[in-house]
Design a binder for this molecule. Structure first.
Ligand code: ADP
Length: 265
């Protein structure tokens, strides 16, 4: 996936570069907008061939799966994984490109943050078990929040998937949902912490991990397939909800990501 990505961005930047060179007099802002549009269009166009590829692989598996040799079955499984990662990446790129141009609408509605977190945690229990990680949710009482529930789910999933990915077997991951109150007892802020006992993040990288495509020390994280886009999307979702996200981490001890979201009533 990374090779395809690099090639894709090579082509994208060459094409964009040529376009920009050809119109050197175009104001910077306008070429930037065009570049955003280009990334949005390219990601959008890539979705259809990927969907076709995915269903072709599924058909092949269904019709011929039993008759394939062990090696071919492994190849098919790898292809499935790669197409899935690529589809996720393309969807993420599209989200970021659209968010740049303010083209993503949030569907705001009141929902319970605690049951949403419960669902996201429940869906990952078997993965955590497989990896030998203890996964727990700590959320004492329901907490109503006005926000885009699907985006908040995506945010929790990004943080939780990272915690599980960067924590070795035998570790712990804990999600905590709490509320902060004003002096008259009204809920003012919802606070979500995703805490792990994983490999941690060096201080000098802590600011940069929220940048697009930034990954800490390629060698160390290479074993974990990732693209460096997740936290950029997480930050966008939090900021679109007028919240804040921060990380505290000690290499070798673990990391805690804290999200604070205003509770709009
Ligand atoms: P990805 O995980 O796909 O590489 P992200 O944007 O989600 O991309 O994260 C960026 C980088 O931040 C990761 O590559 C990893 O180096 C680091 N990181 C994120 N979450 C954690 C975590 N819980 N523990 C350790 N490192 C992390």
């Amino acid at each position: 996936v990374m090779l395809i990505l690099v090639a894709l961005f090579g082509i994208l930047s060459t094409v964009v570069g040529q376009r920009m060179a050809a119109r050197a007099m175009v104001p910077i802002k306008s070429s930037y907008l065009k570049q955003q549009q280009f990334v949005a269009d390219a990601s959008h166009e890539l979705r259809t061939p990927l969907a076709v590829l995915k269903s072709s692989i599924d058909v092949l598996d269904l019709e011929e799966g039993d008759r394939l040799s062990d090696v071919s079955q492994l190849v098919l499984a790898d292809m499935k994984d790669e197409v899935q990662s690529m589809s996720k990446l393309v969807a993420d790129l599209l989200t970021l490109a659209r968010s740049d141009s303010g083209g993503v609408d949030l569907y705001l509605q009141p929902f319970d943050l605690v049951s949403t977190a419960e669902q996201i945690v429940r869906l990952r229990q078997s993965l955590a078990q497989e990896k030998g990680i203890e996964l727990a949710l700590d959320a004492p009482s329901p907490l109503s929040l006005t926000g885009d529930q699907e985006r908040i789910k995506q945010l929790l999933a990004i943080l939780l998937d990272n915690a599980l990915a960067y924590t070795p077997s035998g570790g712990r991951v804990r999600v905590a949902v709490t509320a902060e109150h004003t002096s008259n007892g009204m809920v003012r802020t919802a606070v979500v912490c995703v805490e792990d006992t994983g490999i941690g993040i060096p201080l000098e990288d802590q600011e940069r991990i929220f940048e697009r495509f930034y990954r800490v020390e390629a060698a160390r994280t290479r074993a974990v397939g990732g693209t460096g886009i997740g936290l950029a999307i997480a930050r966008w979702i939090v900021e679109a909800h007028k919240g804040m996200i921060e990380v505290q981490s000690d290499p070798g001890t673990g990391s805690t990501f804290t999200v604070r979201l205003p509770v709009r009533k």
